[in-house]
Every structure is written in structure tokens, then in C-alpha cells.
Design a protein around this ligand. Structure first.
Ligand SMILES: Nc1ncnc2c1ncn2[C@@H]1O[C@H](COP(=O)(O)OP(=O)(O)OP(=O)(O)O)[C@@H](O)[C@H]1O
Ligand SMILES: [Mg+2]
Length: 383
């Protein structure tokens, strides 16, 4: 979908755009130091006639903290349940630590899952919940005590050890569920929207604790979320899912700056999207913003992040880039930045984020300005 191209704007030659490189591919193997801990090949799962997961190929390496990110219903939980062994794929192979576990149940796999609803035993104390798996595994009592204490400390619940589950808040129950899964020291810890029910403050606190726990105990974490901020703040690799497929699997940086598809570009972060056409290698964004871009004829999508656009009064565009004329329609102060909204000649809404205070922009609502951006901050999708 992405291809090398040379852009000319108003007949001014400019340097070629950066090609969508294979940095993602390189990064995928970076620091892996050998074999994947989880390997999925050609995984498919349908419910009735509905293809919930559609041909997923994913390799997760030891020590990775992977986020599975996507909108509601895109198949995240279904995929996680197949990794955990709670659901069997219709097709494909899942290997964990080199072993084909496709037809194995959850108990046979070196995984542990923290479900969205916590799944704690309500009639047991916090301590009993955390020690339950170890007890079933037949570990000696003294060892269980030691491991439970350790994990209570990890999730900062030591003082609640004797409490009944019913006497805990949602956030505290979440910590117990996490400690219970951690107590088994799974090779792969699976988390499904584990922080979604918490309020913002507590969620941020738990995020930094999860990061710290991951660093402290190592192991591989895979967690499902529909929250981009959460995915980016926790994971070293993000799998962006859409309609049962993984559209991109790469570092947060790569996903944000080099999205592979227009879905990834718009789902992750803010994006200005221009739908237009390419005819004989020419794209006419507006009458004036015309540039050369080799590729097939047809509909295309252009994406530019709001922070990469510069409004200028008086209309002296940066000739090394692309520019359009637009009218300011809204201005809102967002704290660390100011968002300016414009409507361009084609009636398209364009947002521009400027660092600092609104007054610095000096732009009045209703005013016509020139919006320009460097051509290498623009991504063209053939879709
Ligand atoms: N047991 C089931 N029977 C029938 N359909 C199912 C079942 N489980 C999931 N689905 C369907 O498969 C699709 C993917 O569901 P899944 O739970 O994996 O989505 P999700 O990405 O986790 O969404 P959310 O963010 O809302 O939790 C949905 O359309 C859902 O309705
Ligand atoms: Mg889900």
C-alpha cells in the first residue's frame, strides 16, 4: 500500500519522501535473542458465519510487553482466549515456548489469564485467592505463604491479605486478580482490558505498577485494550487489530509515525485525512496543491498529523512542503497545546495542534490562513 514516491509542489522540486521502510520488521526481531515465546500462524476463528479472527500471524518474543489494540468487536478477546487455551482456533497453529499447544487446554499451557471481570473466588480471602493455583499445583504450604506474601507486596495489597473479596473495591479486586495470576509466574501473562474499569487516576497508577512489575519479574505480558494511550504507555510492541485482522505489529513509535494502513493512522492518535484521487501520477489536493506521486490510478487517502501542520497568516507557504488555504472555525485551549480547527477550500475539516498558548498563534476565528506541512510528514495510502 505504501510505495516510494517523488513529490513536486507547484513545480518546485523537493527531496523525495522517506520510504516506508522495513524498520518495523527489523524492530520486530530486535532484542529477541532467539526464538519466539508465542508464535501464531494462520489463526482463524468464526462464530456462526462471522469471522471474528481472520488469518492472524504473530510472533511474540520473551520479555515483550505486547498490547493488542483495536475497536470493540474487532476480535481482541477472541485472540487472547485462543492464546490462553480457552478457545480453539478453527485453523492455524499456536506454539508457546516451542510447543504446539493448539489443542491444549488452559491448564496445560504456561500461561495465565486475568479476565476483565477478575474471576475471583468471592467466598475466599485475598490470601486464599492468590494462593489457590499454587495449592492446586500441590506446592508446600510454606512455599505458598512465601509466594503469596511476595505477590501481595508486588501489587501493594499486603495489608488486605485477610480481607474477603466482597470487602474490596474494584481496583483492589483488580490487584488481587493480577497477584493471583503473577503467583504462578506464567511464561506468558495474558490480561484482558484489566484496567478498563478503573478511574483515570487509578488506571494510570496501575499502569506504572504493571510496568514496574514487568521490569521486576520479567516474563512476557500480552494485554488487550481499546485505549491507545494505555497501549502506548505500557507496551514495547502494539498489534493494531481491525475486523479480525492485525493491520500492523510494531513499536508504538513506528505505529504512530509510520502507520501501514489508513485504519491504523486514524485509530491511533489524531489525524487529518484527505480523500482524493491519483490520476496518471498526479494528486490534486486542491487546485493549487498539486503534486506528483507515482502509483496506480484511483482513490487514495492522505494523512497528516495535526502537530505537523503550520498555519501562517498572509499566505506565504513553505515552498518545500504542501499547502492549502483554509478558514479558521474554532480554537480551543487544551492545556499543553492549542487546537485550531479549519475548513479548507474543499470543505474538509483540518485540525492543527500548536504547542503552548492560543494567543501565540494570533489567528482569529473566521480568518483565512495558509496551512502548510513538510511533505515527509504526509503519508499516502493507496486505499
Ligand atoms: N462466543 C461467541 N459467540 C458468538 N460470537 C462471538 C462470541 N465471542 C465473540 N463473538 C463475536 O466475535 C467478535 C469479536 O469479539 P471479541 O470479544 O473478540 O471482540 P473484542 O475486540 O474483544 O471487543 P471488546 O473491545 O468489545 O471487548 C464480535 O463480533 C463478537 O460479537
Ligand atoms: Mg474484549
Amino acid at each position: 500500500m505504501i510505495h516510494p514516491r517523488v513529490v513536486h509542489h507547484m513545480n518546485m522540486p523537493i527531496p523525495p519522501l522517506k520510504v516506508q521502510s522495513s524498520a518495523a520488521d527489523r524492530e520486530r526481531g530486535e532484542g529477541a535473542g532467539g526464538l519466539p515465546i508465542v508464535s501464531m500462524r494462520g489463526i482463524r476463528k468464526a462464530f456462526g458465519g462471522y469471522q471474528a479472527v481472520d488469518n492472524i500471524n504473530l510472533e511474540i518474543f520473551p520479555g515483550d510487553f505486547v498490547a493488542i489494540l483495536g475497536p470493540s468487536g474487532c476480535g481482541k478477546t477472541t485472540l487472547l482466549r485462543m492464546i490462553g487455551g480457552f478457545l480453539q482456533p478453527d485453523e492455524g497453529v499456536i506454539e508457546i515456548d516451542g510447543v504446539d499447544v493448539t489443542r491444549q487446554g488452559p491448564a496445560q499451557r504456561p500461561t495465565n489469564t486475568v479476565f476483565q471481570g477478575y474471576g475471583l473466588f468471592p467466598h475466599m480471602s485475598v490470601r486464599q485467592n492468590i494462593g489457590y493455583g499454587l495449592k492446586i499445583a500441590g506446592r508446600p504450604k510454606s512455599e505458598i505463604e512465601r509466594i503469596v506474601d511476595l505477590n501481595l507486596g508486588l501489587v501493594r495489597m499486603t495489608e488486605f491479605a485477610g480481607r474477603n473479596i466482597r470487602e474490596l473495591s474494584g481496583g483492589q479486586q483488580q490487584r488481587v486478580a493480577l497477584a493471583r495470576a503473577l503467583a504462578m509466574r506464567p511464561k506468558v501473562l495474558l490480561l484482558d482490558e484489566s484496567l478498563a474499569a478503573l478511574d483515570l487516576k487509578l488506571r494510570q497508577q496501575m499502569q506504572s505498577e504493571l510496568r514496574a512489575i514487568h521490569q521486576e519479574i520479567g516474563g512476557t505480558f500480552v494485554f488487550v485494550t481499546h485505549d491507545q494511550g494505555e497501549a502506548f504507555s505500557l507496551a514495547n510492541k502494539v498489534a493494531v487489530m481491525n475486523k479480525g485482522r492485525v493491520e500492523q505489529f510494531a513499536s508504538p513509535h513506528e505505529i504512530y509515525h509510520r502507520p501501514k494502513t489508513s485504519f491504523v493512522a486514524t485509530f491511533v492518535g489524531e489525524a487529518n485525512v484527505f480523500r482524493c484521487r491519483r490520476d496518471n501520477g498526479v494528486i490534486a489536493l486542491t487546485q493549487d496543491a498539486v503534486f506528483h506521486d507515482p502509483g496506480p490510478n484511483g482513490d487514495i487517502t492522505i494523512m497528516v498529523r495535526p502537530e505537523n501542520m503550520t498555519p501562517s497568516r498572509g499566505g506565504s507557504p513553505d515552498t518545500r512542503g504542501i499547502s492549502v488555504k483554509a478558514r479558521a472555525v474554532d480554537k480551543s485551549f487544551q492545556g499543553s497545546f492549542t487546537k485550531l480547527s479549519f475548513i479548507d477550500e474543499g470543505g474538509r475539516e483540518i485540525d492543527v495542534n500548536l504547542g503552548g498558548d492560543a494567543d501565540l498563534a494570533g489567528i482569529e476565528i473566521g480568518e483565512f490562513v495558509t496551512l502548510s506541512w513538510q511533505s515527509d510528514s504526509m503519508i499516502v495510502f493507496d486505499e
